[in-house]
Write a protein that binds this ligand. Structure first.
Ligand code: HEC
Ligand code: HEC
Ligand code: HEC
Length: 169
């Protein structure tokens, strides 16, 4: 019973497939498909996008996607954070390589979307909203751009401390 009540808010976010403007309501196979609300309800919930926190889903072992098609493909995971501080009155942006490289290959970003050099990419929120840089994925295949605080996550003070620590390394 408790489970039922907990599940309701998540379920109610999804429209039935007959009128979700994605599926053909006339399709005879529609009744054979599992509804997204049911399929995704077992994964860690999120408030936005497709209502699943995919980073947590992977971390907690709910899903175990295949990392490579060919055995010779080298998988590289990188635990390195980069920062973007040209954010006006917004918090500083922390870009974590770790959760990205758990899903993506270096070549998905380097050097087509981002040059590697620290501070070598000139862009701002306008280009992101246009669908470039971070916006090539966020709002398309990763959490949406309305989630400002997930990227703009560090206060100036927190950023200064990290910056100092890095400089004295
Ligand atoms: C996917 C990550 C991401 C999300 C989500 C995001 N931003 Fe940004 N934002 C950035 C990055 C990266 C920059 C560039 C900072 C730099 O160049 O130093 C930026 C820059 C900015 C700037 C600085 C001025 C400018 O035009 O570049 C403002 C203001 C800003 N964002 C507001 C927002 C607001 C408001 C939201 C939510 C509606 C938001 N951002 C969501 C990543 C993000
Ligand atoms: C989702 C996109 C993305 C992926 C995937 C990615 N990177 Fe990056 N990388 C970035 C961004 C953004 C920066 C920061 C560039 C800047 O400061 O303008 C960066 C910076 C770097 C830097 C410079 C860091 C520094 O502080 O000097 C190195 C080295 C790097 N990446 C290596 C890698 C490697 C190796 C992989 C794969 C294991 C990888 N990256 C995957 C986006 C990505
Ligand atoms: C090539 C695609 C791609 C690009 C480009 C990209 N991201 Fe992501 N990002 C992802 C994916 C995939 C995830 C994991 C799924 C999700 O959280 O929706 C993710 C997750 C994140 C997370 C969440 C980490 C967590 O622990 O929950 C942050 C923060 C983030 N991205 C910031 C950025 C910023 C800032 C930029 C630009 C500097 C950027 N991303 C560019 C694909 C991308």
């Amino acid at each position: 019973m408790l489970l039922f009540f907990l599940a309701v808010p998540v379920f109610s976010e999804w429209k039935p497939m007959e009128n979700d403007s994605v599926h053909d309501p006339e399709a005879p196979a529609l009744s054979l498909l599992q509804s997204p609300s049911e399929a995704l309800s077992v994964l860690p919930p999120d408030k936005s996008g497709n209502k699943v926190n995919w980073v947590e889903a992977l971390r907690q072992g709910h899903i175990n996607p295949r990392t490579n098609l060919f055995p010779e493909t080298k998988i590289e995971v990188l635990d390195l954070d980069n920062y973007f501080s040209n954010t006006g009155s917004m918090k500083v942006v922390r870009f974590p390589h770790l959760p990205h490289t758990e899903w993506l290959d270096c070549s998905n970003c380097h050097d087509k979307i981002f040059k590697k050099g620290r501070g070598s990419n000139e862009f701002g929120m306008f280009s992101i909203l246009k669908g470039d840089f971070c916006g090539q994925c966020h709002g398309a295949v990763a959490f949406p751009l309305t989630e400002c605080g997930r990227c703009h996550s560090l206060t100036r003070d927190e950023y200064k401390k990290i910056n100092q620590a890095e400089l004295t390394q």
